[in-house]
Write a protein that binds this ligand. Sequence first.
Ligand code: AMP
Length: 396
Amino acid sequence: MKNFSEISFSGKKVLIRVDFNVPLNERFEITDDSRIVAALPTIKNVLKDGGSVIIMSHLGRPKNGPEDKFSLKHLQKHLSALLGVDVFFVQDCVGEKAQKAAKKLGVREVLLLENLRFHKSEKEGGFSFAKQLSGLADAYINDAFGTAHRAHASTAVVAQFFPNDKYFGFLLANEIASLKMALKNPEKPFTAIIGGAKISGKIDVIKALFEKVDNLIIGGGMAYTFAKSMGGSVGKSMVENEKVLLAKQLIEEAKEKGVNLVLPIDSVNAHSFNNNAKTYTSDILEIDSNYMGLDIGKKSIDHFSDIIKSSKTIIWNGPMGVFEMENFSTGTKQIANAICSATENGAFSLIGGGDSVAAIKKFELADKVSYISTGGGAMLEYLEGKKLPGVEAILA
Ligand code: AMP
């Protein structure tokens, strides 16, 4: 496979799959354009060569066909401003209208297609839908890491129609390179920090990380299921009762594998799920029956921070507490600070997952870590050792 940056797209129409699944407010204004900004280098590179760009993406989760609130037309103006060129928009991503618009597109012009997920065939990986998409262009670039773990028409199926003209964009190539850096010969000590609400979605990644890391720090809601498995009293904290046994097994497995599985020592407990609730801090194994743990306590912060600061490779996915509420954001903030200090001292740090990324942005620390991944699910699946269909389709 040829490297995307070594190709000239002069005179070519290039279909680029991006992840423009950005948050919009009630006036359909973009509240965080990071995903659009992240794809600009690839788009600009094709335009600079003298190619024309046809952009395709999904937005939100439309159920049965077109819905105005999920239309990509809401992004047209902002994309034009960011690129400094007029962006044309077409109300469908396939069919006559799309074909006409693509045909008309001139050199260094940009066409934005309507939401791919207005067609069921996108998520079903429809062959003829993918073929129709491919008919719009001469070359295909996938720059959407956020959906690389999905075998959808625009990520995995369309690539086969461009056997000699399919490429990774800059963003996707960088994501893979950063993940490889963390997984292949990581500098030791290697520490993974896994937090967030539940164990359920993260069992496979925890198990896979046991094969790689020296330390695996657990925080967030899932820590209380581990605490319960150790015989602790966790009050009204979030617990997945059907995963208590599994948590116990994971503790055993870590011991067998020689992995330092690090659980919180103490917990900040609230009387209700409310920023202004009455709180107190206790040992995580001794929470009052009327309270729920919503953040890690100071002892945990200090212990986790020491481990993080002495690490050379760090992966972080999932907050340490309910960071959206000011009074329960300290744990997540201090862990983010420890990761930044370690990075300043030469560690490689990789942050992924919607909530950890939101947290690091909220604390304005995004430029102090080595790499922020644009894909939570895709990052976890890559770390689990799974092959990502969107990546494999380009390599095939
Ligand atoms: P996830 O999507 O699994 O990464 O979970 C992220 C969510 O977990 C965030 O919205 C946090 O507010 C939530 N969370 C973190 N810690 C806790 C906790 N101790 N109790 C309840 N929810 C939590």
